[in-house]
Ligand binder design. Structure first.
Ligand SMILES: NC(=O)c1ccc[n+]([C@@H]2O[C@H](COP(=O)([O-])OP(=O)(O)OC[C@H]3O[C@@H](n4cnc5c(N)ncnc54)[C@H](OP(=O)(O)O)[C@@H]3O)[C@@H](O)[C@H]2O)c1
Length: 177
């Protein structure tokens, strides 16, 4: 499904991808709640050779503050100029226009402010659900289970993260047509 930008231009189909806890929490103190190796592999597998749109604060959390390899990185920022290996966009519309130049799938990869702003343009969501409520989380994704525009169409069997002993599953949501 494609939607229009504020200027009426056609936006590419977007998939939101995120890992959340039982309260749809995303992070705390600028960091992920729990880096799960299997989930990071799942994320890499899905997003490889695609376009990824992310906020400047999420870029700061990557190793060396560097963009993701083997993906077109579009960084939302009003404070950054040129970034090696990435393109910068100063607005949602500018990011959508850049993404539309590529004939590739496009993923919204966070963080909280970017998910919130791009959710209306997303038609699919790949959500890793961690079976735990992290205390003092301070970044959240809107709860798609409570959003009448969205429905969960599948969810994997639970996996166990052997490091944390927490279970998690991969859930697939789509925007209702
Ligand atoms: N669980 C997950 O799957 C997941 C994934 C990603 C991130 N996270 C977490 O999310 C948290 C970070 O989220 P956040 O909301 O604080 O930061 P963020 O969304 O990553 O980045 C915010 C920054 O992006 C830029 N920005 C946002 N909207 C913009 C717009 N419309 N136009 C221009 N620039 C724009 C601004 O950068 P400037 O200040 O440079 O202008 C803003 O300060 C962290 O805890 C992180 O670990 C979780």
């Amino acid at each position: 499904m494609s939607l229009s930008t504020a200027n009426g231009e056609l936006a590419p189909p977007l998939t939101l991808i995120a890992a959340v806890d039982q309260n749809w929490a995303l992070g705390r103190d600028g960091k992920l709640l729990l880096p799960i190796r299997t989930d990071l592999r799942h994320f890499r597998c899905l997003t490889l050779n695609s376009v990824v749109i992310l906020g400047r604060k999420t870029l700061d959390t990557f190793p060396g503050g560097r963009p993701l390899a083997k993906r077109v990185n579009i960084i939302l920022s009003q404070s950054l100029g040129h970034i090696d290996g990435a393109q910068t966009a100063g607005s949602v519309d500018a990011a959508l226009r850049l993404a539309a130049q590529y004939d590739k799938p496009c993923f919204i990869i966070g963080g909280a402010s970017v998910y919130r702003q791009f959710l209306p343009y997303c038609s699919r969501a790949e959500i890793t659900r961690i079976e735990y409520s992290f205390p003092e989380a301070d970044a959240f994704l809107p709860d798609l289970d409570q959003d009448e525009d969205w429905q969960q169409i599948s969810c994997s069997a639970p996996y166990l993260d052997t490091d944390s002993k927490l279970s998690f599953c991969f859930c697939h949501y789509v925007r209702k047509s």
